[in-house]
Design a protein around this ligand. Structure first.
Ligand code: GLY
Length: 429
């Protein structure tokens, strides 16, 4: 069969890599893809925004594509699945209503609260009630507090405000300065809870949910979780800190009750449901749902999955997930992201990436490209997160040594990466 993967990041490179291992697959297309994806798939330079879904449909028709797999959240929230359904083409991902689990934090919070699923307490305010929101902050005594814009905001819609002034500025950003457009028309003011986070990506066919192995990502730009938030600077799986008992609690108190809640609300969730979980003293809380594979969590989860991914994607899209237990490699997997100069405030492009050839035929080190493109025969940087260097081994110590010695060989102007990815896992291994 022919498969089209939509997107151009490290997550999509990893999805294409895993899909390419399936004996069911004849040819893979990617729209738009990147320089790494182009090594294993045919990249088609199509804009994937909502006013261009017709061009994707045309590609599906021209190339005889049997299944389209969507990477990023924006096309899902914009209804790409509804559009493909209407045209009669098979697609993996939630429809617009279900993608609101990520597309509207208010929608997700109301569902969680209605069904008593553990989540930090939060109050919802609308733009027209700006004074009320402000008043609430003026009277509040405990800080920090979390201010969340309702809709998609390119990862910038969540602010942890340390005091009243910061909280009021964050509210003004949404309601007065319209920094996020309609995404900021509603906000949630949420209690700040402190613990550690873990991501659980789950396959869902609209009735059944199959959780995948947990992973942890690193959101801050600098070592020891300092500096600005990023899209993710590294990840690892499994997560030794999550004991079996805690993992069972995550499933039984959060994931499965969410599945039941969605069925009761007639939300047919087909695709990946990504649960961002906060654990405080072994008790899990749902921080956020995302409607797609995580980046860079995917880069450490899929290399550990022994099963063929393609039948799972098909079963979800067709609404008939068989529900067999997934088979996981016991090895530890680590991904370290190399980012370009200036990231996350800005990104630079056009710098030649050296050292990729060392790993061209390696089974041991996998380089997932994110912001890269081919220019005059060289691979050059083309965005904030540039590459993810991934490997597996029997222990976190061993895999960290492999990944970081590979990282030493990768060079481009202004390269920055964290040196402490999976260090805490190594210490508890
Ligand atoms: N790793 C965070 C995300 O994918 O949203």
């Amino acid at each position: 069969m022919n498969i089209l993967v939509i997107g151009s990041g490290g997550r999509e490179h990893c999805m294409v890599w895993k899909i390419s291992k399936s004996p069911l697959v004849e040819k893979i297309y990617a729209a738009p893809g990147n320089a790494g994806i182009a090594e294993i798939a045919e990249c088609v330079d199509i804009n994937i925004s909502k006013n261009n879904f017709d061009s994707l449909i045309k590609l599906v028709e021209d190339k005889g594509i049997d299944l389209t797999v969507v990477g990023p959240e924006a096309p899902l929230v914009d209804g790409i699945v509804d559009y493909f359904d209407l045209k009669g083409y098979k697609i993996f991902g939630p429809n617009r209503q279900a993608a609101a689990m990520e597309g509207s934090k208010v929608f997700a919070k109301e569902l969680l609260q209605k069904y008593g699923i553990p989540t930090p307490d939060g109050i919802i305010f609308k733009k027209e009630n700006y004074e009320e929101a402000r008043d609430y902050i003026e009277k509040r005594s405990s800080f920090p507090v979390v201010i969340k814009a309702d809709g998609l905001a390119a990862g910038k819609g969540v602010v942890i405000a340390d005091d009243k002034n910061q909280a009021i500025e964050a509210i003004k950003d949404c309601f007065i300065r319209n920094r996020f457009g309609s995404s900021g028309d509603r906000i949630i003011i949420e209690d700040f809870l402190s613990g550690y986070e873990v991501s659980v990506l789950c396959l869902s066919d609209g009735k059944k949910i199959i959780p995948m192995a947990p992973a942890q990502d690193y959101k801050r730009i600098f070592d020891n979780d300092r500096g600005k938030n990023t899209g993710g600077m590294g990840s690892y799986s499994p997560v030794p800190m999550v004991e079996n008992q805690t993992y069972r609690q995550i499933l039984n108190e959060i994931i499965f009750p969410t599945g039941t809640a969605m069925v009761r609300e007639n939300i047919k969730y087909k695709g990946i449901l990504y649960a961002g979980i906060l654990i405080i003293e072994e008790k899990p809380y749902l921080l956020e749902y995302n409607c797609r594979f995580g980046d860079p969590e995917t880069q450490v989860v899929l290399p550990r999955l022994k099963d063929d991914l393609v039948p799972l994607l098909l079963e979800c899209a067709e609404g008939n997930l068989i529900g067999k237990k997934l088979d996981w490699d016991e090895d530890k997997c680590v991904c370290v992201i190399a980012a370009s100069e200036g990231y996350p405030e800005s990104s630079s492009g056009g710098d030649i990436i050296k050292g990729l050839d060392y790993f061209k035929d390696s089974d041991d080190i996998i380089i997932f490209h994110a912001g890269t493109k081919k220019e005059n025969g060289s691979v050059v940087t083309n965005g904030g997160r540039v590459l993810g260097v991934v490997s597996k081994a029997g222990s976190f110590k061993e895999v960290r040594e492999k990944v970081y010695s590979a990282m030493d060989k990768i060079k481009f102007r202004g390269i920055q990466y964290r040196k402490d990815i999976a260090l805490k896992a190594e210490r508890s291994d």
